[in-house]
Design a protein around this ligand. Structure first.
Ligand code: PMV
Length: 346
């Protein structure tokens, strides 16, 4: 397969494939300032991961009556398809086309389990669908398009450490992600899958709205983000894993604290989540630089250095309730895959 960087180029066949890496936020996005445009209430900062990928083929065709989505070969029905269809309307409108699309997507990791599947899903969709529709978009425009599908997806357009800007404008044109560099820094993310990667109970989308509406701690979470972003950027520029890790843990706990204080509560942690967190603290006491973060699911992702990743993975693998442990290096931005197998528009 040949991978090329977007901007997306014109595809007269209406067909294109893209591959995106998921990302894990070190300073969390949790809550919106505009629901329709999907504008976040605050900025965020993440690390794109090489091992967690989504590959998506989009085929616009006049032979189709409606949009269809296949995930790992299975036809998907319900609100996920409606959401994708409404998002595809943005692409159709921009490209001046009306054709429906057949979308085939596959993840290299458990879907909808808090492992950031919507990030890589909408990043891959943005690059594949815009190319298939013949739109030539810059990476910044692709980040804006991906954001309309999922806030975290705006970050997956880029590789490595990425800063998502809250922006000030009402139309969201300054609400974009941008890469922070530091590609030479050999960090790793160790991912402990808790509970077998089953489908999560509360989607991040619903849970963050519910938190913003009902949690007395939501304002406190939001207030901490600007200084966390500044400190995290400084830590990255100094290659200071300890400082970055401490911010990442604090941001994750602030997000989960606010979510837990929602009424009724949103609790993503399982016993094994807490066991992983305790193990990471123990590793740290014995001198390993390792810091945890959790998203809208029970899994624990641990930021560490390349030299410690195998030992951290080994320690988490031993814990009851941890079904799988992955180690990932930083990944690159979303790419078009030039010579992927064609998809049948049936
Ligand atoms: O992109 P969404 O709508 O799935 O929200 C992502 C929310 C978190 O993963 C919990 C945090 C983040 O910044 O990625």
């Amino acid at each position: 397969m040949t991978a090329t960087r977007p901007s997306s180029s014109s595809s007269p066949s209406g067909l294109a494939t893209a591959c995106a890496c998921a990302n894990i936020a070190l300073v969390k996005y949790w809550g919106k300032r505009d629901a329709r445009l999907n504008l976040p209430a605050q900025g965020s900062l993440s690390l794109t991961l090489a091992e967690l990928t989504t590959t998506t083929t989009v085929h616009f065709s006049e032979a189709l009556d409606s949009d269809a989505l296949y995930l790992s070969g299975q036809l998907v029905a319900g609100k996920e398809v409606l959401r994708m269809s409404q998002w595809l309307d943005l692409v159709r409108e921009a490209a001046g086309i009306t054709h429906r699309a057949l979308v085939r997507s596959a993840n290299s990791f458990p879907t909808a389990s808090g492992l950031a599947s919507s990030a890589s899903a909408y990043a891959a969709l943005a690059v594949a669908a815009s190319a298939a529709a013949g739109l030539a978009l810059s990476p910044t425009e692709l980040s804006i398009l991906a954001r309309r599908g999922s806030g975290s997806a705006a970050r997956s357009i880029f590789g490595g450490f990425v800063r998502m800007h809250r922006g000030e404008r009402d139309d969201g044109t300054d609400c974009v992600a941008a890469p922070l560099g530091a590609d030479d820094w050999p960090v790793r993310m160790v991912i402990a899958i808790v509970g077998g990667g089953k489908v999560k109970e509360h989607s991040s989308r619903d849970a963050m709205d519910h938190c913003a509406e009902t949690s007395p701690l939501y304002a406190g979470f939001l207030a901490a983000v600007p200084r966390d972003l500044m400190a995290a950027e400084e830590a990255i520029s100094r290659r200071d894993l300890e400082a970055l890790g401490q911010i990442a843990e604090a941001s994750a706990l602030a997000m989960h604290g606010a979510a837990m204080a929602s009424r009724p509560a949103t609790i993503y942690f399982e016993p094994a989540t807490l066991a992983c967190m305790a193990r990471v603290r123990e590793l740290r006491r014995s001198g390993t630089l390792a810091y945890y973060t959790m998203d809208a699911g029970p899994h624990v992702k641990v930021l560490t250095d390349a030299g410690s990743a195998a030992a951290v993975a080994g320690a988490l693998r031993e814990l009851p309730g941890v079904s799988e442990v992955l180690v990932s290096a930083p990944g690159g931005g979303t790419v078009l895959v030039a010579d992927a197998a064609p998809v049948e528009a049936t």
